[in-house]
Design a protein around this ligand. Sequence first.
Ligand code: KG4
Ligand code: ZN
Length: 357
Amino acid sequence: MSKKTIILGIESSCDETAVSIIEDSESGIPKILSNIISSQVDVHKEFGGVVPDLAARSHLEKIDLIAKKAIKESGIHLSKVSAIAATAGPGLIVCLTVGLNFGKAMAASLNIPFIGVNHLEGHALSPKLHSKLNYPYLLLLISGGHSQYLIVNGLGNYKRIGTTIDDALGEAFDKTAKLLGIEFPGGPQLEKFAKKGDPNKFDLPKPIISKGGCNLSFAGLKTAILRITKKIKTNQEKFDLAASFQKTIEEILYIKTKVAFQEFRKINSQDESSFVVAGGVAANKGIREKLITVSKENNFKSIFPDLKLCGDNAAMIAMVGLEKYKVKQFDSLDLAANPRLQLDENAKFLKGAGVKL
Ligand code: KG4
Ligand code: ZN
């Protein structure tokens, strides 16, 4: 019997310290042997957002313990691990360095390959942990720092066809939640607020909705919310505003995804293609439902990561590690963290005032 590939993944790009062990399987869908995630919500709550130095210190304090837990829970001996994969970027440099250095030290002491992983590629491949997925596919990546439509042609082969020109969608959720007085991290809570409100109460703007292809913009929406929150007084009005925000986002994504489908089909003409929605915001149920609808209407097969794999985790980092291991894409131990790592390095920078769409 041939030896199965086992990858230990490490994630520390922002405020989650995570270690996971996955094993390759003949079915093509790897087995997650352990997936330990330690969130720092309590560390950052009182500051209303992630404080980089506190985040880095917390990673340093916990990484050893989290790794031990992941190894214990997997039931495998460290000598069976084939390679170590760790997030190399993008993210907070002080945080990335902790996981990266820990991973390099493990690889060196076990004398096995080390693989640096692009965190965004982790999100992009996360559905491969439970579904068969063939290249090329269309990806909508919606997280706290990124909002992009990409054509995924293969491992490390991405073409960006749309991006936000200002805030990321997760950021828009978090900022709106803050304006509504919801505790950090507000994004997931906002959806619960929205369920209690009237989505038609407030008419909110949909920036660049009929121009700019499938590029996105959310900053104008935040300004409108700020203006309204100054006038509203009751809790019911807050619920109504949350519901109106949720509905507006769903409508923006419905329209822009249709444009992205057309762009994808100009290049790839299969009858039924796959549409993957990944990143923290992919956990939003209303957004999921809307994107399932638009996919059905346009003959795309929609695929979402399991809810526990939408947010930051190390299983997705191990998943990329496994794909890279198969093609022997290893890194040397002097690989530096890159806080600005992209998926499509050729894509134009599209942020700030005066951007031409
Ligand atoms: O992918 P992720 O865990 O971290 C980054 O790589 O950024 O995404 C975190 C983002 C946060 O902005 C969070 O508020 C948002 O995802 N998020 C949600 C939901 N769950 C997480 N936004 C809206 N609805 C949710 N249910
Ligand atoms: Zn992420």
